[in-house]
Write a protein that binds this ligand. Structure first.
Ligand code: FES
Ligand SMILES: [Fe+2]
Length: 399
């Protein structure tokens, strides 16, 4: 395994990645393989920033719970009797057992399997057998540790840092981008979870550029003639990847996000020649006439289209392994259509086909990078979000 040098946080290792796009170099290959660098990313990025966790449909009713691990931290989300969504460290306050195994369900309270301590949906410790014999034991001081949670429409973000800015402040520009959708009327129709044997950054970057589309996705989405990657390669790029809204494709960057916004006919959610749904109701602005590929750094893609949204949650497991959660979200009016069950399959086929191709190539990239002869490369003009993402990473991890 390719390991990092002793001074791996030194800024000199990342100077090439900070150059302007036309001169930028890739990150050192060991940033994708070394466990110490991975630990640094967990500490500096995943323990400090707001993280996309998924959709709140999993916990729509009082008592619904959802247990998962995000960037290695066991978390428990629950909707209380009061309707509020809360997140907790999924760790018992007695001797630290994981309280609820991964999964979903509905409960009145949570009981630890080890010695029977019981917690309410709001995290308060409700019962602790035999503890009346312990001196000065105050149950109110041993509730579950709360984790900051923010609900944005149906999407849940978590932050493990009590001192980080509020979600709206950290991701303000990103949130405004999606004002053209009726988020509160979206319903999650399908979720799929897969493991990929590559570093989390490799998969994230794959989702951030269309340079690879003609090569990796020749058998699937490459035929979509509104795809910006195809347009640029065909020399039709014109003002492609400009910064001005209204160009065929433009970029939107904020302190903690990047986005590719495209104005085009049709839907990015389908394979070429497949039939889908009409535009969902309530769209305005770009949402009504194009698509968003938007990345709330560090770990999600939110793809907005006229007929559906899909999300990819990127959950790092180790330096070389990542869990993806792919989810499709449709407007409730779309889901009420009699042809929903049939036509929705077309959207799943598109994402499944492209994902299978991306998994193959990202695992090959991981293998290639994990070589003593791997060297930093260069970027094309078609990888501006990748470039911005790497600079953001470097800002977090370098001394
Ligand atoms: S560790 Fe949970 S009750 Fe003992
Ligand atoms: Fe791809």
């Amino acid at each position: 395994m390719l390991t990092a040098p002793g001074d791996f946080t030194h800024a000199r290792h990342f100077a090439g990645a900070r150059h302007a796009l036309a001169q930028a170099q890739s990150l050192p290959p060991w940033t994708h393989t070394d466990p110490r660098f991975f630990a640094r990313e967990m500490e500096r990025i995943f323990r400090r920033h707001w993280l996309f966790a998924g959709d709140a449909d999993r916990i729509s009713k009082p008592g619904d719970w959802w247990s998962t691990a995000l960037a290695g931290v066991p978390v428990l989300l629950a909707r209380g009797r009061d309707g509020a969504v809360r997140a907790f460290a999924n760790t018992c306050r007695h001797r630290g057992c994981r309280l609820v195994p991964p999964g979903e369900g509905n409960a009145r309270a949570f009981k630890c399997g080890y010695h029977g301590w019981v917690y309410n949906l709001d995290g308060a410790l409700a019962g602790a057998p035999q503890m009346e014999h312990s001196k000065d034991f105050d149950k109110s001081a041993y509730g579950l540790v709360a984790i900051r949670a923010a609900l944005w429409g149906k999407f849940v973000f978590l932050c493990f840092d009590a001192n980080a800015p509020p979600f709206e402040e950290a991701q303000g520009g990103f949130l405004r981008m999606f004002q053209g959708y009726e988020f509160d009327r979206l319903v999650t129709a399908r979720r799929a979870r897969i493991r990929v044997r590559c570093n989390w950054k490799i998969y994230a970057e794959n989702l951030m550029e269309s340079y690879h589309i003609p090569y990796v996705h020749a058998a699937s989405i490459a035929g979509n003639d509104f795809d910006p990657g195809m347009e640029a390669l065909a020399g039709k790029s014109g003002g492609l990847y400009g910064r001005t809204p209204g160009q065929p494709v433009w970029l939107d960057f904020g302190p903690n996000h990047g986005a590719i916004v495209s104005r085009h006919a049709g839907s990015n959610g389908l394979l070429p020649n497949e039939r889908g749904f009409p535009a969902m109701p309530g769209l305005s602005g770009v949402a009504a006439e194009g698509s968003y590929f938007a990345y709330p750094f560090p770990c999600a893609l939110i793809a907005g289209n006229i007929d559906c949204l899909w999300t990819v949650g990127i959950n790092p497991l180790s330096a070389g392994e990542t869990e993806l959660t792919l989810a499709h979200h449709f407007h409730q009016a779309t889901m009420a259509r009699p042809d929903f069950a049939e036509l929705s399959q077309a959207y799943y086929r598109r994402l499944d086909a492209a994902t299978a191709e991306d998994v193959v190539i990202t695992e090959e990239q991981q293998r290639g990078l994990d070589s003593p002869f791997a060297r930093p490369g260069r970027l094309s003009h078609m990888e501006p979000v990748v470039h911005e993402f790497r600079r953001w990473i470097v800002d977090q991890v370098a001394d």
